[in-house]
Design a protein around this ligand. Structure first.
Ligand SMILES: C[S@@+](CC[C@H](N)C(=O)[O-])C[C@H]1O[C@@H](n2cnc3c(N)ncnc32)[C@H](O)[C@@H]1O
Length: 213
């Protein structure tokens, strides 16, 4: 067996163990991903993901998206995510970028869809990252943002306490982002389920933007 195969098996085992721990505390990763995709699909065109992490959302999205670029400031997390998606054929359409989401390395209007799951509560300046996500999204593009619900945060507080650590909280609720977007003429839809909160929004088209100016 090659070293890569051994690493992939070890990575997969670690992910499964972690998910079993989550389930013991009341969080079902598979059910959460299913709920989010049910609200978020379709994921049109070139998708940008913010916060690759271990690649759970990435692997789920990749079954439905043509092309994905995923960004994370931590290259080690991306290495684990690469191992995770390498098990599936969809791994081929994914590009990994190690970079800070506060300064996205792309021009305005570069992506058709921007998405992020369970990352915003880890950000020091979520508003800054939110503005960057809006900047790189094309007119008429789709925005998907999800994070834990209050009950989801309680579960992860308990998990981290059990492990002797603490878990960060969201600085801005999804309601703040939705409010901001509606003010700019976006269509927004919020939903809640499986310990997650979700905001799906559509950017105004270029024509409408011109009319607003
Ligand atoms: C809980 S993980 C994301 C989970 C992932 N979406 C999944 O589905 O498995 C949060 C990630 O946010 C990343 N992160 C935190 N601050 C960041 C920043 N300023 N720019 C980019 N990534 C950041 C962390 O490195 C971490 O990998």
């Amino acid at each position: 067996m090659s070293q890569l195969q051994t690493e992939t098996i070890r990575n997969q085992r670690a992910l499964k163990q972690r998910e079993a721990l989550f389930r013991r505390f009341g969080y079902d990763s598979a059910a959460s991903l299913k709920f989010i995709l049910a609200q978020a699909l379709p994921l049109p065109g070139h998708v940008l993901e913010i916060g690759t992490g271990k690649g759970r959302f990435l692997a789920a999205m990749a079954k439905h998206a043509e092309r994905i670029t995923t960004l994370d400031v931590d290259a080690d997390q991306q290495r684990a995510a690469k191992l995770h998606v390498s098990r599936t054929r969809v791994g081929r359409q994914i590009r990994f970028i190690a970079h800070d989401a506060e300064h996205l390395p792309w021009a305005d209007a570069s992506f058709d869809t921007v998405a992020s799951m369970n990352t915003f509560h880890h950000l020091e300046r979520p508003m800054r990252v939110f503005q960057e996500m809006l900047r790189v999204l094309k007119p008429g593009g789709k925005f998907v943002l999800c994070d834990f619900s209050p009950r989801g945060f309680q579960i992860f507080d308990r998990i981290h306490r059990f492990e002797g650590g603490t878990h960060p909280r969201l600085k801005n609720g999804l309601a703040d982002f939705a409010h901001h977007m509606r003010h700019l003429g976006w269509k927004t839809k919020r939903s809640k389920g499986c310990n997650q909160e979700l905001l799906v929004a559509t950017a105004p088209s270029a024509q409408r933007k011109k009319i607003q100016k």
